[in-house]
Ligand binder design. Structure first.
Ligand code: ATP
Ligand code: MG
Ligand code: MG
Ligand code: MG
Length: 474
């Protein structure tokens, strides 16, 4: 299609440059100075201090394309990958910001202008949600934009309902936050699901494409909301979801970039059915894993490194399901680099490092994956097909290198659950024994020259690398 992801990125930035915004590069997936956050999960992360008033920018307007990861912490979409048309672990967020400059009126007007004026989306396909008490945003949509009242939906907090839409945005349990208005695209009655706020809103018919957050508060550890020095605007639009809309397809996995990755994954695994869910998961995970390594994370047994290890192993298990018994995952890096290298030059620059890190993990897991999968079948048979006992899940973890979430993922496919309390108990017992014996978990062994490539990046302190368990590499 003519609306390639490359074109969308540049048209988005051009539009906001034309509105006086400074174009800012994407920050890494590992937040620079924020120990409260595992990964950059939205565009606002690199501007947190600006919102809080601790940092000033020369231009109060900015726009960027931010790489994001939602695979841990408050925002975790790992378990949605392969199940919905719209969720990835790694994705790109198009964003525009006002740091105490413009507010609701301009933010909404420009979003509408870009979607319906520049990109010519049919207005009748678009809906907006507003925070239930935000009469100001409601009035802007109705009176200024002219959206009919039945397509402006008031939404509350929905605390405790993880999949329910929520029009109060926060990056984490503390920090900048505020009410938001979100723009949804209706893919049409051919798809299942209801509009936002309805009981079946989690379907994939009405897809949320753009969130405009009116950043007004700094949430304190005790939950109170302290007003920010100046109200700000923080918007985020998923590039892949928008690309699906502009390319006239429904699922993110049908867009140009994913089709190329899926095609290559199919070739490498000898899979004929391009609709196979495992291909989608692999295509998603290669992006997350490659960019994590680019941003200084290596597979390890704790912290960010363990999230990476978990994502890699989930991908490898899907390769195994497709019948692949040779290392294949690292071979997708070249394709990814060709697809995304222009937008993210750090990827081709570190391609060799990424390939080696992934290959090392593939070789490591290959030693136990096959046996682990056979053990899994035995467990299913013994357990009667309902619950995987905690002790068995722990054996898969401890002896076969199956992270708990991998075992849960396999169990879910078979309509089973894992006794996680039993797993935790077995883990705790093991920890005590290990503590007594002074054992350590190992990281991936990589040649020193490759490891050295990780060190000089400005955003990573050596201390943090050590904290990630990378000291074992020395
Ligand atoms: P959803 O309700 O669909 O899970 P969200 O409300 O969690 O999305 P936001 O936190 O508001 O998403 O993020 C802003 C935008 O980023 C979304 O409107 C969407 O376009 C995009 N986005 C969010 N999560 C993902 C994801 N996991 N994969 C791809 N795009 C995403
Ligand atoms: Mg979400
Ligand atoms: Mg949402
Ligand atoms: Mg949202």
């Amino acid at each position: 299609s003519q609306y390639t992801t490359a074109r969308i990125r540049s048209e988005f930035l051009e539009f906001f440059r034309g509105k006086g915004h400074e174009i800012v590069p994407s920050a890494p997936l590992v937040p620079a100075n924020d120990p409260t956050l595992l990964f950059t999960n939205s565009g606002m992360v690199q501007f947190k201090d600006v919102f809080l008033g601790a940092e000033k920018r020369a231009n109060p307007r900015a726009a960027d394309v931010q790489r994001c990861l939602r695979a841990g912490g408050k925002h975790n979409d790992l378990d949605s990958v392969g199940y919905t048309a719209r969720h990835h672990t790694f994705f790109e967020m198009l964003g525009n910001w006002s740091f105490g400059d413009y507010f609701k009126k301009e933010a909404i007007a420009w979003a509408w202008e870009l979607l319906t004026g520049v990109w010519k989306l049919p207005p009748e396909r678009l809906l907006a949600t507003v925070y239930h008490t935000d009469d100001e945003a409601y009035a802007i949509w109705r009176d200024q934009v002219g959206l009919p009242g039945d397509r402006i939906i008031r939404i509350g907090d929905n605390k405790g309902a993880p999949f329910a839409s929520d029009n109060f945005w926060q990056m984490a349990d503390t920090g900048p936050c505020g009410p938001c208005t979100e723009i949804f695209y209706d893919h049409g009655p051919g798809y299942a699901g209801g509009p936002p706020g309805s009981p079946d809103e989690d379907g994939d018919r009405f897809i949320e494409i753009w969130n405009l957050v009116f950043m007004q508060f700094d949430r304190q550890p005790d939950g109170t909301l302290v007003p920010l020095p100046a109200p700000c605007v923080d918007t985020g639009m998923g590039l892949e979801r928008l690309a699906a809309v502009l390319q006239g397809v429904h699922s993110n996995y049908e867009i140009d970039l994913f089709q190329a990755l899926i095609g290559e994954a199919a070739a490498l695994t000898g899979t004929r059915d391009l609709q196979n869910k495992s291909l989608r998961v692999i295509a998603d995970h290669i992006r997350a894993c490659s960019f994590l390594v680019v941003d200084g994370v290596l597979p390890s047994n704790e912290g960010r490194g363990y999230v990476l290890r978990r994502i890699i192993r989930r991908a490898l298990r899907h390769g195994w399901m497709l019948g692949t018994r040779e290392p294949f995952f690292h071979r997708l890096v070249a394709t990814l680099s060709a697809l995304m290298g222009e937008a993210y030059p750090e990827l081709p620059a570190k391609q060799e490092l990424v390939e080696k890190a992934l290959l090392a993990e593939e070789e490591r897991f290959a030693e136990t994956l096959d046996a682990g999968m056979r053990i899994f079948d035995d467990i299913v048979e013994r357990s009667g097909g309902k619950v995987i006992p905690g002790a068995d899940a722990f054996r898969l973890y401890d002896t076969y290198g199956f992270p708990l979430d991998l075992t849960q993922d396999i169990a879910r496919e078979r309509g089973m659950e894992v006794d996680t309390a039993g797993f935790d108990a077995a883990m705790e017992k093991q920890r005590e024994t290990a503590r007594a014996a002074g054992k350590f978990g190992g990281g991936v062994q990589l040649p020193a020259d490759l490891v050295a490539q990780l060190q000089p990046t400005a955003f990573l302190g050596y201390d943090r690398l050590q904290a990630e368990g990378l000291s074992v590499l020395a």
